[in-house]
Design a protein around this ligand. Structure first.
Ligand SMILES: [Zn+2]
Length: 227
């Protein structure tokens, strides 16, 4: 049987406390400290005494009081905790070695550091918490992608813009799509503006000063700004 790691700090069980008490009976607290230290190092007790052992659970020395001298823990309390710990370890080992034997055991949750039996089992469940898009939303996204592909992508169409005002302004055509829907065709509206209408629109909307600045901006910064 495996012995519990003593690197884990546990409180001494009643059996261990009783064993230590006989060494510090009647001494002050200050005097007791070095005695306890020696005791814990195993320097104080009779090493030939086969009844003095280290508790398999709490890890402290105790005196075995069982008749056949076969106890592994200092007390009933430590035995219960030790058995519980071993059962948990055994279950974890079994689950790890036979992942298919028990289908419901895929996550060893009862240990201090829980783990999944296999990565596959983990992924099989964890994806459910990362909820994907609803089917109709996916269809809508796909519809937009297909529409963009047919129109040559979402890239802004390249066009000559005449900001100088003296060259002939090209007519502007804009195509607007209605709200995208997966199962109904979109409503498409096409509007057209003649060069005269565009001129009139800008003159009405912006001041001459502003248009002059925009023209300058277009000439000087057009090379920098690339779409
Ligand atoms: Zn103990």
């Amino acid at each position: 049987m495996k012995t519990a790691k003593t690197a884990e700090y546990r409180n001494p069980g009643p059996g261990a406390v009783e064993f230590a008490r006989q060494y510090v009976e009647g001494v002050t607290r200050a005097e007791a400290l070095p005695i306890i230290k020696k005791l814990l190092n195993g320097e104080l007790h009779d090493t030939t005494d086969k009844r003095i052992k280290k508790c398999a659970y709490c890890g402290y020395y105790y005196r075995d009081k069982t008749k056949p001298n076969n106890s592994k823990t200092c007390s009933r309390e430590c035995k219960i905790d030790f058995d519980t710990l071993n059962r948990a370890k055994k279950r974890a080992d079994e689950a790890l070695l036979n992942p298919k034997k028990k289908k419901e055991t895929t996550y060893v949750w009862w240990l201090e550091y829980p783990f999944w039996i296999s990565e596959y089992e983990m992924l099989k469940r964890s994806w459910k918490y990362e909820v994907p898009y609803a089917p109709n939303k996916l269809a809508a996204i796909r519809a937009v992608q297909q529409r963009d592909a047919m129109l040559g992508g979402r890239r802004k169409p390249k066009c000559e813009v005449n900001y100088n005002g003296d060259e002939k302004v090209q007519p502007k055509v804009s195509v607007n799509f209605g709200k995208a829907s997966a199962n109904k065709p979109c409503e498409v509206t096409i509007s057209q503006m003649t060069p005269e209408e565009i001129e009139a629109y800008f003159t009405e909307k912006y001041s001459q000063e502003h248009l002059k600045m925009e023209r300058w901006r277009a000439e000087n910064l057009a090379a920098v700004k690339k779409y």
